[in-house]
Design a protein around this ligand. Structure first.
Ligand code: F6R
Length: 241
């Protein structure tokens, strides 16, 4: 794993953008994207670069990690909405080439199979990830098998708490979500994982120095052949350097 430690969030976003820019050089790149607060700085830089330098996303595809069960794409808390608001509506990507699980799918099992087939059809050049304070990646919570593919999860109390800040009321946070599995994530050619803030320090320690264990899902990335971690000083506090 390549590790980059930055002085702050701004520098983290710049470094992440440099790596993303390398992937964007391929006209038909397939980008695996994430929601959450950590990638927002990177998305702002992608938008700036599109506006200032004309980098085009016309031939590209974007495939997202996860989506809440029960939320429609128009729901402001859905991840589909998040991606449009924070990235897609400000670049020239064709929305038909952006993919996310359908939170309203009538048959969850079929939806998972559909998403796995999509992932197999469009191998990702890069998979962007944040990390949960408990080491989760996407909605793969501790204990998720490393060979898992797209599935529905019941969110842990910890994750519901962390996500409650985006909702008016904690009771509005959906209890279940679709998520790419860990095998889907590690199938990407390159993985870029971003970690920011002291609350992520334990998880980053487990990711970099801990035992590879399903108890800390991100630890599997130690075995990925092209994984880059960018962490700010606070998130990197326990790994030294
Ligand atoms: C987002 C996702 C989550 C987040 C993680 C960190 O699509 O799947 O795993 O990456 O919870 O969230 P933030 O960036 O808000 O700290």
């Amino acid at each position: 794993m390549k590790i980059i430690i930055t002085k702050d969030y701004e520098e983290l976003s710049e470094k992440a953008f440099e790596i993303m820019k390398g992937v964007l050089a391929t006209r038909e790149a397939v980008l695996g994207l994430a929601t959450g607060s950590t990638p927002l700085g990177l998305y702002r830089k992608m938008i700036e670069d599109h506006l200032q330098n004309g980098t085009s996303y016309r031939g590209m595809r974007a495939i997202n990690l996860d989506e809440y069960v029960g939320l429609s794409p128009e729901n402001e808390q859905s991840y589909r909405y998040f991606m449009r608001k924070n990235l897609f509506d400000s670049i020239d990507i064709d929305l038909a080439n952006t993919y996310i699980e359908n939170g309203l799918a009538p048959n969850a099992e079929e939806e998972c199979l559909r998403y796995n087939a999509l992932l197999a059809r469009f191998p990702r050049d890069i998979q962007l990830l944040g990390i949960g304070a408990n080491g989760h990646i996407a909605f793969n919570e501790p204990g998720t098998p490393f060979d898992s593919e797209t599935h529905v999860v019941a969110l842990t109390e910890n994750t519901i708490e962390m996500n409650a800040r985006f909702f008016k009321d904690k009771n509005e946070v959906p209890r279940r979500a679709f998520t790419m599995g860990i095998k889907n994530i590690t199938d990407a050619k390159k993985v870029l994982i971003l970690a920011c803030g002291a609350s992520k320090a334990d998880a980053v320690y487990g990711l970099v120095k801990g035992k590879v264990t399903e108890d800390l899902p991100a630890s599997i990335l130690q075995q990925h052949k092209d994984c880059i971690l960018i962490a700010d000083r606070e998130a990197a506090a326990l790994i030294g350097g």
